[in-house]
Each structure stands twice: as structure tokens, then as C-alpha cells.
Ligand binder design. Structure first.
Ligand code: ADP
Length: 248
């Protein structure tokens, strides 16, 4: 009953690599419809946490529950993706030689199989979904351009759009602002806030200006566990967080 409104629940998660404890009792919850930001110095365990949620890494101990009762530690990556957990890695991986709109089409559920079926790809349902996604990521004006010709920022937004095309219940986004200009970074924050209106999102990010723009609950990881959680102001005023960041 405690978990009714909890989409993602991690408790006491432990992961070791050859004796090195990358996660040491990590506990974290994300409410349905919530967006949160995960910060922390290099090696804090942020990537390992994402790997555990997506089934890439199996924890040695602890609970990882989705929608209150689905035990993610027992599922493989494909099953977890099928549940509606989408992950965006740091580097954009769009189909460079396809147009922007065809990238979205290819990402649609089952799109790969039915792409050959031109009848389906021109159907009203497919068109409507593509239009909706292009509007959300604000790339409608470049829809017929090849993805390879987009700016770095636009490629990142397109890849987020490809995830949205699959109607995810949870989006995991890894350092979306990395390598972006200040203007693109600001636009990315606006985009994620728009997406968060009807999606649950976990954002891992180093750029504090960007995290401030997101204006969401921030959790700072250190040595594989939560060091502090709260607003960005609360977390950045936390003595232990200051020590961890200045002590490097
Ligand atoms: P972050 O993403 O916060 O920088 P990571 O989750 O990548 O941190 O890494 C946490 C720690 O676990 C690091 O010290 C890293 O070297 C170690 N680690 C991560 N993955 C592996 C692996 N596959 N094998 C060995 N050590 C790993």
C-alpha cells in the first residue's frame, strides 16, 4: 500500500564488480509522474544505478520494483524495455541517413517490422504519432532533413523523441546536456519539463545550471549510496555534499 503512487522503488541495492562495491545500499523512489535529477561525482554509481534499473546489471542484493510489484531484478533488458522503461544514453544514436520523421517512424512500437508496409507507415495513426512527437521535441521544421545534418542538440532531442514514440512509462536520461551550447542546454531543460508533464523521468546530470533549470527534486549519490536529497539549494548547502565536490 505504501507503494501505491511509487513508480520506481530501489531499496538496499548492492552491486560489486570484482570485489569493488559500486552500489552500497542504494535506496531511491520515484513517484508516478515525477521527474528527479541524480547528481554526484565521477564514480558515485550513477551509471550503475541506471544499469540496474534497465536490467543491464543484476544487483547482488536489494529490491528494484516497478509499478509497486514488478521485480526488475528478475527480468532481462528486453523484458524491461517492453514494460515501458526507455533509456537515453549520453551519445545520440540516431539513424543519420534517414530523415528526422523516418527516425520517429522507425522508433514507433513495432515500427521496424511494419516499416516495409508502406500502407501502415502512411496511415493516419502513424502520421498522428509522428506529428505529436515532432511537436513535443520542436523539430517539425526539420522533419524532412536527414538526421545526420542536424546539430548535436537537435540529434539529442530527436533521440528523446524516438523514445517518446514508444510511449514509455519511465524515461531514463543520461547527461542530456553534455556537449551542448548554453542555448541548447536551456532548451533541453524546457523540453524535459514539457515531457515531465505526462511522463516519469530520471535525469542523470553534471551540469548544475541545467539541474537548476529543471527545478526538480535532486538526489546526490556518493560511493554507491544516497548522500543527500532535496531541492538543489538544500542539496548544495549540505556539508557532506560540499565536501565531496570540493574534496576531489
Ligand atoms: P558514475 O556513473 O557515477 O560516474 P559508475 O556507476 O560508472 O559511476 O561507477 C561506479 C564505480 O564502479 C566506479 O568506481 C567504476 O570504476 C566502477 N565500475 C562501474 N562499472 C564497472 C565494471 N563493469 N567493472 C568494474 N568496475 C566498474
Amino acid at each position: 500500500a505504501v507503494l501505491t503512487n511509487t513508480l520506481l522503488y530501489l531499496d538496499g541495492v548492492e552491486v560489486s564488480f570484482d570485489g569493488f562495491r559500486a552500489l552500497r545500499g542504494l535506496s531511491l523512489t520515484l513517484g508516478a509522474g515525477e521527474m528527479c535529477a541524480i547528481i554526484g561525482p565521477n564514480g558515485a554509481g550513477k551509471t550503475t544505478m541506471m544499469d540496474v534499473i534497465t536490467g543491464k546489471t543484476r544487483p547482488d542484493k536489494g529490491d528494484v520494483l516497478f509499478q509497486g510489484s514488478i521485480d526488475l531484478t528478475r527480468l532481462d533488458e528486453a523484458d524491461i524495455a517492453q514494460l515501458g522503461i526507455g533509456r537515453k544514453f549520453q551519445k545520440p544514436t540516431v539513424f543519420e541517413s534517414q530523415t528526422v520523421e523516418d527516425n520517429i517512424l522507425l522508433a514507433l512500437k513495432g515500427g521496424r517490422e511494419v516499416f516495409a508496409n508502406l500502407f501502415w507507415s502512411r496511415s493516419a495513426a502513424a502520421r498522428a504519432k509522428i506529428d505529436e512527437v515532432l511537436d513535443t521535441i520542436r523539430l517539425d521544421h526539420v522533419r524532412t532533413r536527414l538526421a545526420g545534418s542536424l546539430s548535436h542538440g537537435q540529434k539529442q532531442w530527436l533521440e528523446i523523441g524516438m523514445l517518446l514514440a514508444q510511449d514509455p512509462k519511465l524515461l531514463l536520461v543520461d547527461e542530456p546536456a553534455a556537449g551542448m551550447t548554453d542555448a541548447e542546454t536551456a532548451q533541453t531543460a524546457v523540453l524535459l519539463k514539457r515531457i515531465a508533464k505526462d511522463h516519469s523521468v530520471v535525469v542523470v546530470e553534471h551540469d548544475m545550471v541545467f539541474v537548476r533549470d529543471l527545478d526538480v527534486r535532486v538526489t546526490c549519490l556518493h560511493e554507491g549510496a544516497v548522500l543527500a536529497s532535496g531541492t538543489l539549494d538544500q542539496v548544495s548547502a549540505n556539508e557532506r555534499v560540499v565536501e565531496v565536490y570540493l574534496g576531489r
